[in-house]
Design a binder for this molecule. Structure first.
Ligand code: M6R
Length: 358
């Protein structure tokens, strides 16, 4: 059942080239994105996008709003539990996108209902055909990752992000009337994403890194589109290892968390190809306190790699796609650290795959 793997989580991590191929299948044409239910013009009435989600899906949403904002579409991401009780201003021109693997997360469903009551248009991005989120939203877009058994979300995060890249293309074009700079480059790279993920899996140094840097406290930092990955990596790490892990934007280090940094605080730095100089200063800040730095970066970022104590390299590709590749490395780090500690990886204590209570 586990296809020869010790855990579903590892099987699902290794499956990502295949699940991503399924996500992308038939959705990229020569020079444009082609989404079944969203032909060009589907979103011309939209003025603002609000993502609502929880946990890992919230991190995918953060990636989505970053992408849209960069493309000129006003977008924000909200924790569904907060949104449901303290919603921001919402009107008929607001598109509310619920990102939810299961489509059954109570907090996310509640946020969707609140959005509807305020007259928003709703879209569910989900892995489950016929799920409550899919049924209750005006539209649904499937991530097509296939069933995920491990409680820790892995392949579904990658497929959520890939789906967001596709839908963002349509949204940016419809809302701004213009294509994003470098649009063709990005589409071309997206087409090759499954093989880049395969290369990242085949050449990963994550098992050795997990072994060497297991500690009582771990930091994960990044900037821009590396922030969702830093947050996601910390969530994954704490969820399955039960060891302390924190993720945050690198610029926040000096506003508090730096006080926790010692020689026993490995700091994982997610570098997606932008913001190199800002990340270098964060690296110096923690190295001065004796902390080991593990960069997760494309080989081309030689300044970062030279400064770091250790590197998990990822294949070089479009900076918008590097977050997926970096995240795969950090999924493996979390997995191997948890395996070393002999944790219940597929069913971590106190957690459920689908959280159907508010
Ligand atoms: O099914 P959903 O995507 O709505 O689930 C949301 C969260 O409960 C989920 O992403 C959770 O954080 C992950 N299992 C963590 O790995």
């Amino acid at each position: 059942e586990k296809g020869g793997y010790d855990h579903y989580m590892l099987k699902e991590i290794q499956e990502q080239p295949t699940s991503l191929r399924q996500t992308l299948e038939g959705r990229i044409r020569e020079e444009s994105v082609s989404l079944e239910s969203f032909p060009p013009g589907s979103f011309t009435d939209v003025s603002t996008v609000q993502f609502v989600a929880c946990g890992t899906s919230y991190h995918a949403g953060l990636y989505g709003s970053h992408l849209l904002s960069e493309g000129g579409v006003p977008a924000t991401t909200h924790l569904a539990s907060e949104y449901a009780v303290y919603p921001p201003p919402i009107d008929e021109d607001t598109l509310v996108i619920a990102v939810t693997q299961s489509g059954e997360t109570a907090d996310t469903l509640e946020a969707l209902r609140v959005a509807k009551e305020h007259g928003a248009r709703t879209l569910a991005i989900t892995n489950v055909v016929g799920s409550t989120a899919a049924r209750e939203s005006d539209d649904a877009l499937l991530i097509r990752a296939g069933p995920e058994i491990g409680v820790a979300a892995t392949k579904t995060f990658s497929s959520q992000v890939a789906t967001l890249l596709l839908v963002a293309n349509r949204l940016i074009e419809d809302v701004t009337g213009e294509l994003l700079d470098g649009h063709l480059d990005r589409l071309e790279s997206l087409r090759s994403l499954p093989s880049f993920v395969q290369t990242g899996l085949d050449t990963s140094q994550a098992p050795a890194v997990a072994d060497q840097y297991l500690s009582d406290g771990h930091f994960f930092i990044g900037r821009g589109n590396g922030v969702p990955v830093a947050l996601e990596a910390a969530l994954k790490f704490k969820e399955i290892t039960y060891e302390h892990a924190e993720g945050f934007p690198a610029g926040e280090l000096k506003h508090g968390p730096l006080a926790l940094v010692t020689a026993d605080t490995p700091v994982f730095v997610v570098c997606t190809g932008r913001d190199a100089s800002k990340l270098e200063s964060a690296i110096r800040e923690v190295q001065t306190r004796g902390a080991p730095v593990i960069a997760v970066a494309p080989r081309s970022m030689s300044d970062i790699i030279d400064t770091a104590d250790e590197t998990l390299t990822v294949p070089a590709t479009h900076p918008d796609l590097v977050p997926i590749l970096a995240n795969v490395q950090l999924q493996l780090v979390a997995y191997h650290a948890a395996a070393k500690l002999d944790r219940a990886i597929d069913k971590p204590r106190n957690l459920a795959k689908s959280v159907t209570v508010e």
